[in-house]
Design a protein around this ligand. Structure first.
Ligand SMILES: Nc1nc2c([nH]c(=O)n2[C@H]2C[C@H](O)[C@@H](COP(=O)(O)OP(=O)(O)OP(=O)(O)O)O2)c(=O)[nH]1
Length: 149
């Protein structure tokens, strides 16, 4: 018997470049999502959607300049995850960033927080939680994702 799912069109991925900015002491940068976006007020790693023809590195450089006013050095993809939200199916391209220039300006009215381990800001955007799990593994410390958000 036919049902609606027979005609379901697979959802297209939205490609997103995300920067994990790390200071020498290991602190990582989290920013809050601005008003007007889905999950406003949730904490995430800064970044945004790829535009047509852009590489991940190009998109990340553009987004961090637009949103934070900084110019990043080299960035390459560390890991890739997917998250299925009601508003979009996203594919997140995670890049560690160790070098940048310029003073931070929150150009979209967001907040920023340098976080040591474990991070204390909340809630964390669900699609960013895997990064915290990887960091816990890298640091050899336990991490319970159910305590986040
Ligand atoms: N920047 C960022 N986005 C994330 C993270 N985790 C996660 O699931 N996402 C999702 C949320 C959004 O659905 C998508 C990013 O889209 P966005 O709307 O923030 O990007 P953008 O700045 O290009 O937005 P706009 O131009 O359409 O306003 O990726 C994360 O840690 N950082």
């Amino acid at each position: 018997m036919a049902d609606a799912s027979d005609n379901a069109v697979p959802r297209k991925h939205t490609e997103v470049a995300v920067g994990i900015l790390l200071k020498r002491d290991g602190a990582m940068l989290l920013t809050s999502r601005p008003e007007g976006k889905p999950y406003a007020g949730y904490w995430e790693f800064p970044g945004g959607k790829l535009e047509a023809g852009e590489t991940v590195e190009q998109a990340l450089r553009r987004e961090l300049q637009e949103e934070l006013g900084i110019v990043i050095g080299a960035a390459s993809v560390w890991k890739i995850t997917e998250h299925d939200y009601p508003h979009a199916l996203v594919r997140l391209h995670w890049c560690k960033v160790f070098e940048w220039q310029g003073a931070f300006e929150m150009r979209e009215g967001q907040n920023m927080a340098w976080q040591d381990w474990p991070p204390t800001v909340e809630p964390i955007l669900p699609g960013a939680v895997p990064v915290l799990q990887w960091f816990a593994e890298e640091r050899g410390v336990p991490f319970d994702p159910s305590l986040i958000g």
